[in-house]
Design a protein around this ligand. Sequence first.
Ligand SMILES: C[S@@+](CC[C@H](N)C(=O)[O-])C[C@H]1O[C@@H](n2cnc3c(N)ncnc32)[C@H](O)[C@@H]1O
Length: 257
Amino acid sequence: MTEELHKDRARSRGDMSMMAEGLKRSSETMDAAKSPIVQEVLAYLGDGRTVLDIGAGVGRFTSPLAKAGCQVVAIEPSAEMLLHLRETLEQHDVSGQVQVVESSWPLADALQAEVALAAFVIQFSSDFAGFAGAMERAATRRCVLAVHVDPIMGFMKPLWELFRPHEPAPHMPDFADIYPALIQAGIVADVRIFSESHGPRWTDPSEAIPMMAARLGIAEDPEALARLRAVLSERREEFMKPRPHRAAVISWSPRPE
Ligand SMILES: C[S@@+](CC[C@H](N)C(=O)[O-])C[C@H]1O[C@@H](n2cnc3c(N)ncnc32)[C@H](O)[C@@H]1O
């Protein structure tokens, strides 16, 4: 199921590259050790200091957790992300503390750790309860999810209104979709909302044209592409502005089976 999903909602190669670049940029600017996500994981560790980092991406949280003395299993299905992840682990000299597993969650193997973390991953799943339930079976002390509260692709909204005015903009699930699904599954979790300011995922909006054009369905339409280029150039400032962005740490003790 998750594998299917990953294909559905996640992404063309271009999207994945842009996501990797965005995550790397974010790693460079944020003080990961102070992140509420890392703090939540550290607060619930036991003596083994073991963590599953589900959907580790480029290692934004894997590396600070390993640096804090955790033994991390980093689970990541994307070959492109894995290249960046391994690079990050080497750069930070923590490869020895991290086992990388090339796979999608849920895994077929019954891995266990004190804390199971999935930061900004569950939105790619079409089965939130199944995803969270598998985390509960894997974690002995705590399950920690991070999800977006504000829309993830908010920058697409004004473009969608211009190019596809008669259709609703695509929606990536966020807190408002995910938390009720957890409640429905009997998971009543602690929630902490935090705010970050995100710069754009590009150094110039024109870098995002292939991704935006694919999403708008205009990649094969030269006239629409020229219009998109013009809009991005005219409204460059708007598309380069850092956006305040709220996210939620959702954290709960796994229920006994
Ligand atoms: C937005 S990134 C977040 C990466 C990292 N957790 C962070 O916050 O920096 C989402 C990652 O989840 C991965 N992913 C998507 N679906 C997944 C699944 N079912 N199991 C594991 N990883 C998944 C993607 O390949 C991508 O690397």
